[in-house]
Design a protein around this ligand. Structure first.
Ligand SMILES: [Zn+2]
Length: 201
């Protein structure tokens, strides 16, 4: 949090496993909101839609448990949810449509074999044109595209870049404070502005 404050960065936190969160956790999430960050939805159990369907489940079933149940828990805790991120970026066009009956912005991931289902989605580096689905680029862990992102921010004057990380300064699938600072510094000095997922509406 001090790092976000230092660089004036607002982010979106995508929350899953609502049933295992304590009252205190929800208070913490509300305090993130009060500091200008967004709270988005990331399903109930971090289930991959594609794997679920491959194993014989139906999209409707996944939608009910992973989106509707998860969303109502967040709403019961007084969160207004505007954005959804698919676990593993595993998405389909038909699920985008279903989710968007409830949540305006959906997010998959770029450069992932799990996001090949359907193509009605904007790439990670996109014009911020309309409501809908977007892919984000990973900047944490082993398959980090951070250098690619830094190059883009350095070379291009406008556009919208969607980035995601699972953890900050942690042990697994993480981005270090040092790398985040590099990113924030580069963005700030080249006039790129940080926005939240809900600003894409
Ligand atoms: Zn995830």
């Amino acid at each position: 949090m001090p790092l976000f404050d230092q660089y004036g960065v607002n982010v979106t936190f995508f929350i899953d496993r609502q049933e295992s969160l304590s009252d205190e956790d929800y208070v913490t999430l509300h305090s993130f909101e009060n500091q200008g960050h967004e709270i988005g939805l990331h399903t109930l159990t971090h289930s991959s839609l594609v794997t679920f369907v491959e194993e014989g489940g139906s999209e409707e079933e996944w939608f009910q448990s992973q989106v509707i149940t998860s969303l109502s828990i967040m709403e019961d805790n007084d969160f207004e949810i505007d954005s959804f991120a698919y676990p593993f970026g595993a998405r389909t066009d038909s699920m985008d449509d279903l989710i968007q009956t409830k949540i305006p912005i959906v997010r998959g991931v770029g450069y992932s074999s799990s996001s090949i289902f359907g193509d009605e989605i904007h790439p990670w580096h996109t014009d911020c044109l309309d409501t809908g689905g977007f892919k984000a680029l990973k900047i944490s862990g082993q398959e980090s595209h951070l250098e690619n992102v830094l190059l883009t921010i350095d070379e291009e004057e406008e556009g919208t870049i969607l980035l995601y990380a699972h953890d900050i300064n942690g042990t697994r699938d993480t981005i270090s404070h040092e790398d985040l600072s590099r990113l924030f510094e580069m963005a700030n000095s080249n006039g790129w502005e940080f926005i939240q997922m809900r600003d894409l509406r």
